[in-house]
Structures are given as structure tokens and as C-alpha cells.
Design a protein around this ligand. Structure first.
Ligand code: NDP
Length: 248
């Protein structure tokens, strides 16, 4: 269909998992891809090669998304390399779970900085350019636990709830400039992140899902494609749960 022909997309943390699936889906629709990874490892190299085979321009940048100053430098580099950016996917994220009584300050800070400050960093660095070009779509990856909460994940839930507030606010600030911002809140998706969960936790999650299966990264990529493309040109400030109907 080529829904994104000639566009350029930044995806943070896209060497594997959901970010990789979004990058590949968008490349299949004609978008050039600039993606970031903490360290350029085999995953990043493989993802780069897979995207290259789809016939678009692709480059991976080493970046710690939680770092404000270096994010601004990375955005400048990406704009120099690709000329313009149309779509930003804030995907990079981590977990560091604990009950609040056992949670350390380091666990709190690392999750808030990687999951929430990173969204501020990339959006802050890129938004002046999107406003100038009077177009752009920003998609932030939150989580159903940011909407409903989850025992053992106060840091993660707070970071993901913060993304919802941030996105709804920027949608109001920049809608008049032609820039849209939306949230995807995935449920339980099979990736390395959920692989770390105990078998009991996985079974408990699965029991709660009306569609009776875990999600796969492509379930998220398909919704991201809709939100990035002109198919959703009258949608901004929304949170779309992609969770098999889970009621947490
Ligand atoms: P993965 O752990 O598979 O992938 C996360 C990616 O983020 C990795 O490529 C990782 O890089 C990168 N990353 C981590 N920290 C940073 C950082 N500081 N700067 C740049 N990149 C970083 O996770 P998923 O694909 O499952 O998750 C993707 C997003 O979806 C996350 O925001 C997550 O919270 C969210 N999500 C996932 C759900 C799920 O069930 N899987 C459910 C709800 C939300 P590296 O390879 O170098 O570690």
C-alpha cells in the first residue's frame, strides 16, 4: 500500500521487540528509518540489514534515550542525515519491578528516566522542527498498567501514566500546528521484556485476556501504522489499548 512512502520515522530502542516490529512494518510501507539503541550490538546490526533489504534508507544511532543533552545531538545528526523527520515513535523502555516497600531510589529513577524522561527528551528536541514543517505524528508507547496500575510496578506504572499526561498535553499544545500525538497502551506482548516474568505471572496474565492469547509485536506495529499515516489524520490526544480486551 505504501502508506508512508517518502516519510522518515525515528523509533527509539528498536533493535528488538516492539520497536523492531514497528520499524520493519513502517519500512514495508515506504518509510526511511532512523532508529536508536543503547549500544549497537548484533540485534541492531541484524535489524539494520533486514530494513535495508526492504529498499529504504536506514541508520542506527547509539543513544541513551534518558539523556537530555545527547538526545538533542542525536536529533541534529538524524536531521542532517535524513533531511526531515515526519514520525517519532517513543518506544524505548525498561522494567525494574518491586513492591513499593522494597523499591530502591535507583529502581525508581532508572525506570522514570528511561521510560518517561526519554519521551520528553525526544519530543522536546524534535517538536520545533515538526512545528516548522507544520506536520508530524508522535506515537508514544505506554502500557495498560499506566492506565490501570499494577502491584509490583509502581515505577513502571507511574512512568507509563506520565506518558499519557504528557501526550494529551502536547496534543493540545501543537494540534493547531498540524502535529498529532497519540499513545498506544499495549497489554501483554511476547518480547524479551515479558520473557523475564515468572511462568505463574504469564499464566495469570493469559487467564485475564478475553481474546485468550498474548499479543505479538506486530499487533502493536499495525496500530502504530494507522496512527502514523493519514488514515488517522483527525485523531490526536488518544490512548489506544492494544491488549486483547484485558480488564486490569
Ligand atoms: P524489549 O526489552 O524487547 O526492548 C526494549 C528496547 O528498548 C531494547 O531495544 C532496548 O535496548 C531499548 N532501550 C532500553 N533502554 C534504553 C535507553 N535508555 N535508550 C535507548 N534504548 C533503550 O521491550 P519491548 O519491545 O517489549 O518493549 C517496547 C516498549 O513497549 C517499552 O516501552 C515497553 O515498556 C512497552 N510495553 C511492552 C509490553 C510488553 O508486554 N512487551 C507491554 C506494554 C508496554 P537494548 O537492546 O540495548 O537493551
Amino acid at each position: 500500500m505504501n502508506l508512508l512512502k517518502g516519510k522518515t520515522t525515528i523509533v527509539t530502542g528498536a533493535a528488538r521487540g516492539i520497536g523492531k516490529s514497528i520499524a520493519i512494518c513502517f519500512a514495508k510501507e515506504g518509510s526511511n528509518i532512523a532508529f536508536t539503541d543503547l549500544v549497537i550490538d548484533d540485534n541492531a546490526r541484524i535489524t539494520t540489514e533486514e530494513i535495508k533489504l526492504l529498499g529504504v534508507n536506514v541508520k542506527c544511532y547509539t543513544s541513551d534515550a534518558s539523556d537530555f543533552k545527547s538526545t538533542h545531538k542525536i536529533i541534529d545528526k538524524i536531521i542532517y542525515d535524513f533531511n526531515h523527520i515526519d514520525i517519532l515513535i517513543n518506544n524505548a523502555g525498561i522494567t525494574s519491578d518491586n513492591l513499593i516497600i522494597r523499591m530502591t531510589e535507583e529502581q525508581w529513577d532508572s525506570v522514570i528516566n528511561t521510560n518517561l524522561k526519554s519521551v520528553f527528551n525526544f519530543t522536546h528536541a524534535l517538536i520545533p522542527k515538526m512545528i516548522k514543517q507544520k506536520s508530524g505524528s508522535i506515537i508514544n508507547i505506554s502500557s495498560v498498567v499506566g492506565v490501570h496500575g499494577n502491584a509490583g510496578q509502581v515505577n513502571y506504572s507511574a512512568s507509563k501514566a506520565g506518558i499519557v499526561g504528557l501526550t494529551k498535553s502536547i496534543a493540545k499544545e501543537i494540534g493547531s500546528r498540524g502535529v498529532r500525538a497519540n499513545v498506544i497502551a499495549p497489554g501483554f506482548i511476547f518480547t524479551k521484556m515479558t520473557d523475564q516474568l515468572s511462568e505463574k505471572m504469564k499464566t495469570d496474565w493469559l487467564k485475564q485476556i478475553p481474546l485468550r492469547r498474548a499479543g505479538i509485536p506486530d499487533d502493536i506495529a499495525n496500530v502504530a501504522l494507522f496512527l502514523a499515516s493519514d488514515l488517522s489524520s483527525y485523531i490526536t490526544g488518544q490512548v489506544i489499548q492494544v491488549d486483547g480486551g484485558i480488564n486490569t
